[in-house]
Unconditional design. Structure first.
Length: 212
């Protein structure tokens, strides 16, 4: 999901998703009305109900959808890679892209997960566990020092730490917008490279800690 401005070429349901994510992230799920989302995409509030049953359904669609996408894309990337190191590298690249391109969805997950129905919240957690295990397996395959049973908690802790790093960086540091030159912000390509190297370094450090 991209959070770029709405264009007429974007299907209406995707426009609603995009604007709902932007507004929920900026003002909170409870602080945004259906009419405001409708106005953002150029239709009446009631017209949204032809696409979603309501705000709850929009939030579930966003949070369940991104969890599904991360897991499916992660499996695809890891499965297509040539060897354990390449699989881990592909997972890092995929999550860096997500962190830089979908900051609104990261904010939504951090702040608004409690507003999901219990069934949807359990589904998100189940998908997230699958994504986590995919990474843990990749890390243990890439670093023999972390492949032993006693080292499994270290590999798991390292994955959680890298997720925290990647998911927090767009908010704490920022990325220079495509147009404009805001001082102190890195261009996207430079930020992506930095995040990738930091993630690789974190896993290498975890492996080194097990070998000494």
């Amino acid at each position: 999901m991209s959070n770029s401005p709405v264009t007429s070429a974007t299907p209406r349901r995707d426009q609603i998703r995009r604007e709902a994510a932007r507004l929920f992230a900026a003002r909170g799920f409870l602080g945004v009305g259906v009419d405001e989302i409708g106005k953002a995409v150029g239709i009446s509030g009631p017209g949204l109900y032809r696409h979603f049953a309501g705000k709850d359904a929009m939030l579930a669609d966003l949070l369940v959808g991104i969890s599904e996408r991360l897991l499916e894309e992660g499996r695809r990337r890891a499965g297509a890679a040539d060897g354990p190191q390449a699989a881990l590298d592909a997972l890092i690249r995929g999550h860096v892209e997500f962190a830089l391109d979908d900051a609104d969805l990261i904010t939504l997950h951090d702040r608004e997960l409690l507003h999901l129905r219990e069934e949807d919240r359990r589904r998100v957690r189940r998908l997230q566990r699958g994504y986590l295990e995919l990474w843990v397996d990749a890390v243990r395959g890439a670093f023999p020092e972390l492949a032993t049973e006693p080292a499994e908690p270290v590999a798991r802790a390292a994955v959680h730490a890298v997720f925290g790093l990647l998911n927090s960086t767009p908010h704490s540091i920022g990325v220079r917008p495509a147009h404009g030159d805001r001082a102190g912000l890195l261009p996207r390509a430079e930020m992506a490279l930095l995040l990738h190297r930091l993630a690789q370094g974190a896993f290498a450090a975890a492996a080194l800690a097990r070998s000494v």
